[in-house]
Design a protein around this ligand. Structure first.
Ligand code: SF4
Length: 74
């Protein structure tokens, strides 16, 4: 499972995260800041979420992989 945290104070509304993972991120219509659609998306989105975090120009996205039940890290 993926844990995502957003630092909204850092978000500059660039929208790169939405391009990388539209299933997980959206933008506020008023100011463009990120809206987190899923705090714990499935492992199938791990790659796109990781790319969103890497490409965020404000370094506002924190991502962690949580071990699945049974102790296996996805
Ligand atoms: S890419 Fe980063 S700065 Fe841009 S909207 Fe997403 S979280 Fe905010």
């Amino acid at each position: 499972m993926i844990d995502i945290e957003i630092d909204l104070d850092r978000c500059c509304g660039a929208g790169t995260c939405v391009l990388r993972a539209p299933e997980v991120f959206d933008q506020d219509d008023r100011d463009g800041t990120v809206i987190l659609l899923a705090e714990h998306p499935g492992d199938d989105l791990a790659e796109s979420v990781a790319r969103a975090a890497e490409d965020c120009p404000a370094n506002a996205i924190r991502v962690a992989l949580r071990p699945a039940p049974g102790g296996v890290v996805a």
